[in-house]
Design a protein around this ligand. Structure first.
Ligand SMILES: Cc1cc2nc3c(=O)[nH]c(=O)nc-3n(C[C@H](O)[C@H](O)[C@H](O)COP(=O)(O)O)c2cc1C
Length: 320
């Protein structure tokens, strides 16, 4: 959570950002471009990593990895928390995926990329999954590329894939009774085809040896990221702890929490450390995570899907 000083600093920056289109007459922020030459146009080994709380970004990452494997490439794929960062620079291509959280790439993912070793001109690509429709997704993917470029990755391309959203506040209270639920048919066959095509597109771009340039756009959602949406959400959550009598001590919440905020032994959550990703609530198999918003207990993603009788379609390659 931002402290008061950081919050005020961000607010001042946001005001400055708001003034840019008026002063400069433009609607783009700094250009993200390669700082070093590309080290290879030949991809033999690729690393595809993701951060995923409810499985969507993971599903897309796995499908991209499978598509690249079918194209003859040796691919290592997995949750970025399980990848040995030291080995990252030894690949010919790095693809990083994340969900859009609060109109941006999660800070956890940005930090992970910042702590990579120097990538020495490795081609890099980003993708995000989002629940939108207006999720600032272009800029969220740019945030990942920006961090990769700081590590001397060479940006090739980026893409956003729309999904059923996994933000519990969007179905809190009586909103859950509204039917049909938006995007409940997503991801569909077309989404998966876009994912496969995107994987092939990345390889084509690398083979052409043409790095791309990207600019973040000034949108209202982008501006709102400067005002700390996580901070505001946290202010509205009244209670957040583990129900002792329901907890089965499986450790899923601890594993999912990117902020090490959960103390399973004491059934408590450190509110200072919590980044409001709802990973604990969305993944608890025993409905033991108690979160209250505006006097209403929130339910997690899988419980929500069950209540609405929604089944997420798997791509054919990943079945079984
Ligand atoms: C805490 C949180 C914040 C979110 N914020 C946004 C957002 O700002 N814009 C958006 O389009 N979707 C948002 N979503 C929806 C997710 O981006 C979407 O459900 C994503 O596909 C989840 O990926 P995952 O299943 O890999 O975790 C949010 C979801 C959560 C849980």
């Amino acid at each position: 959570m931002d402290d008061r000083r950081t919050f005020l600093k961000k607010s001042v920056m946001a005001s400055a950002v708001l003034a840019v289109p008026t002063v400069a007459g433009c609607a783009c922020l700094d250009t993200i471009r390669a700082k070093v030459p590309m080290k290879t146009r030949q991809v033999n080994r690729a690393l595809v990593v993701w951060y995923s709380q409810t499985g969507s970004t993971r599903r897309y990452g796995r499908l991209m990895a499978k598509t690249m494997q079918e194209a003859g490439i040796k691919v290592t794929a997995g949750d970025l928390r399980e990848i040995d960062q030291k080995t990252a620079a030894s690949y010919d291509l790095l693809v990083v995926g994340a969900p859009v959280f609060y109109y941006d790439a999660p800070s956890f993912v940005q930090q992970w990329v910042r702590s990579l070793p120097d990538l020495g001109g490795m081609p890099v690509a980003a993708y995000v999954s989002f629940g939108g429709p207006e999720g600032n997704q272009h800029n969220a993917a740019c945030s990942i590329l920006e961090c990769l470029v700081q590590k001397n990755g060479v940006p090739m391309t980026q893409k956003a894939f729309m999904n059923i959203g996994s933000y519990p506040l969007s179905w809190a209270g009586d909103k859950i009774n509204k039917t049909p639920w938006k995007n409940q048919n997503l991801p569909d066959r077309q989404t998966y085809e876009q994912v496969r095509q995107y994987a092939l597109h990345i390889l084509e771009q690398v083979a052409k040896g043409q790095p791309a340039e990207f600019s973040k756009k000034i949108t209202l959602r982008e501006i709102s990221t400067y005002f700390g949406p996580i901070w505001w959400t946290k202010r509205s959550i009244e209670k957040h702890y583990i129900l002792k009598d329901k907890c089965i001590a499986c450790g899923t919440c601890v594993e999912k929490c990117p902020a090490q905020a959960i103390d399973l032994a004491n059934h408590s959550v450190n509110q200072e450390a919590c980044v409001m990703c709802f990973g604990c609530l969305n993944n608890c198999p025993a409905q033991a995570m108690y979160l209250e918003y505006d006097g209403v207990r929130l339910i997690g993603f899988h419980e929500f899907l069950k209540m609405k009788n929604i089944q997420i379609m798997e791509p054919a390659e990943l079945k079984g």
